[in-house]
Design a protein around this ligand. Structure first.
Ligand code: NDP
Length: 298
């Protein structure tokens, strides 16, 4: 297939951010302002704080302004809704991102549904989900966008190939399947936790994308020689040798698969950075559409 064995999402994400930066400068010249992302964080979930910090620093590198608002963890749905409403109405705001998960007392679906689709840089509103399923979306969900960008960058053929997506969540598996159906000529197979013989499905795949959140789920005996393995999973496993007491692994047995797969994404350093890079692309796309400023193709 002629691809590198390790699909370096970290390096590619850096390239994407620097391409976005050039275009952001062009946008700023033509629109008279920089693109603006507003992030809403409710509570102090440590993982969410890290994700928001990473998103802010990616925006910074890409020439995009990013402001966050942190609400106390005990607020109700109406408090978040009021803030989202204000951001919807604020013409200077190009993108709105409500960091998930929200505390359990908040109606997350209601909050997602009320975000202005033109500012929906996560691509989670029903309007954008509908556009995605008809192949007409501009704001694609970030992880699926990042996966497609990576496959294209490494010239991984999708036409006529079998792609097995493991996981059907509304943030990864399902939108990825829709995006693949809309923008490639692959045959797409979507598995879930009730799939009867996962190994049989994965063995059929030329490309397997695992987004299950189960360490060790995809073993070397489940893939054919030459399969491309995309590991979306981010799982913490105990590691007493680390100061933190844990390390991050994906869903796939990386060491065993490395010698068998044609190409594989590492965790960390694979789809995680591509997801954040896709967010900054989405903010710039939202800004250029909203402002009616032509910045050319990204
Ligand atoms: P969810 O828990 O929402 O969904 C997991 C999906 O995997 C479900 O559809 C579930 O099936 C399926 N699944 C679970 N176990 C199995 C199994 N044994 N065999 C087949 N399918 C299975 O998770 P998310 O989609 O939110 O995230 C998935 C993983 O990806 C997590 O590790 C998360 O941290 C990571 N992630 C990484 C991102 C990145 O940027 N790299 C971005 C987002 C998530 P069912 O529907 O039947 O329950």
């Amino acid at each position: 297939m002629g691809v590198d064995v390790i699909l370096d999402g970290k390096a590619l994400a850096r390239e994407v951010r620097s391409r976005v930066k050039e275009k952001s400068l062009l946008f700023a010249e033509r629109a008279g302002r920089r693109p603006l992302l507003r992030v809403v964080l409710v509570g102090e979930d440590p993982a969410s704080i890290v994700y928001v910090r990473n998103k802010k620093s990616a925006c910074d590198e890409a020439g995009i302004d990013c402001l966050d608002t942190i609400l106390p963890g005990n607020v109700d749905t109406n408090a978040v809704a009021t803030l989202v409403d204000d951001l919807n109405c604020d013409d200077k705001v190009d993108g709105i991102l409500v960091q998930m998960p929200l505390p359990p007392q908040i109606d997350a679906a209601r909050i997602t549904e009320m975000i202005d689709p033109a500012k929906d840089v996560d691509g989670f509103t029903p309007w954008n989900v509908g556009l995605l399923s008809t192949g007409r979306a501009s704001l694609l969900p970030c992880t699926p966008r990042g996966i497609l960008t990576l496959l294209k960058h490494y010239s991984i053929e999708t036409r006529g190939r079998n792609i097995c997506v493991v996981g059907r969540s509304s943030i990864v598996g399902r939108p990825l399947a829709n995006l693949l159906l809309a923008s490639t000529d692959a045959t797409v197979d979507v598995c879930n936790s009730h799939t009867r013989d996962l190994k049989a499905h994965v063995l059929q795949a030329d490309i397997v994308v695992s987004a299950a959140g189960c360490p060790g789920l995809i073993r070397a005996d489940m893939v054919r020689e030459g399969t491309v393995v995309v590991d979306v999973g981010i799982n913490r496993i105990p590691d007493p040798s680390r100061k933190s007491g844990y390390r991050l692994v994906g869903d796939c047995d990386f060491e065993a698969l490395k010698g068998k797969a044609a190409a594989i994404t590492p965790v960390p350093g694979g789809i995680g950075p591509m997801t954040v890079a896709s967010l900054v692309e989405n903010v710039l796309i939202a800004a250029s559409i909203r402002a009616g400023v032509d910045i050319g193709a990204l």
